[in-house]
Design a protein around this ligand. Structure first.
Ligand code: GRF
Length: 195
């Protein structure tokens, strides 16, 4: 199964997917990293693993749609089965959604629909919820709002610091995303064999 990973930052989820031995042996190929931030650490992580990198700066395009069309054009010859968002800090427009219907997946560090947006770990922590967690979902035009594929619960511990909670949430992400991808690989190979 061929995927493109879209990321804007650190790339710990990118790393967890790229270095997962089970995914490699199940046939996962990361054919492209797409990044919108020229200085993002995830770029070096891809280069170290000889994964092709495309850096496109949205500001250099006339609109979000033109920017995404440039991505669609770059990916077209690669026959990508899925786009995996891993800390990609942009809202996806209908241009990509129409090119990859039900094929764009995101990871979010909270139990959606609770705590959408970019400060979800901190907001859950401040709200003193008993549990938070991680969600993997299909993307639609909203913010963190498409159909949910999988969730993992992370209970808050008494007296725990925000940093400790963040660490546990990220560790959970690094487990859950590969698990979901394994399932996608299985359903994708069934789809291909029934064509
Ligand atoms: C993760 O917490 C992910 O859930 C969110 O952005 C963060 C990206 O982290 N969407 P990293 O770049 O994968 O380390």
């Amino acid at each position: 199964m061929k995927v493109a990973i879209f990321a804007s930052g650190t790339g710990s989820n990118f790393e967890a997917i790229a270095d997962h031995a089970g995914l490699k042996s199940a046939g996962l190929e990361i054919v492209q990293l797409v990044c919108d931030q020229p200085s993002a650490p995830v770029i070096v992580k891809a280069q170290d693993r000889e994964i092709p990198v495309t850096v496109l700066r949205p500001k250099q395009f006339a609109s979000r749609q033109v920017y995404e069309q440039a991505i669609v054009d770059q990916l077209a010859p690669l026959a990508v089965d899925y786009i995996l968002l891993a800390g990609y800090m942009r809202i996806i427009t209908p241009v990509l959604l129409k090119a990859y219907p039900q094929r764009i997946i995101n990871i979010h560090p909270a139990l959606l629909p609770a705590f959408p947006g970019i400060h979800s770990i901190e907001e859950a922590y401040q709200a003193q919820v008993t549990e938070t967690g991680v969600t993997i979902h299909y993307i639609d035009e909203g913010v963190d709002s498409g159909p949910i594929i999988a969730q993992a619960v992370v209970p808050l511990r008494a007296g725990e610091s925000l940093v400790a909670l963040e660490t546990r949430i990220h560790a959970t992400e690094h487990q859950l995303y590969p698990e979901v991808i394994q399932t996608l690989i299985k359903s994708n190979s069934k789809e291909h064999s029934s064509r």
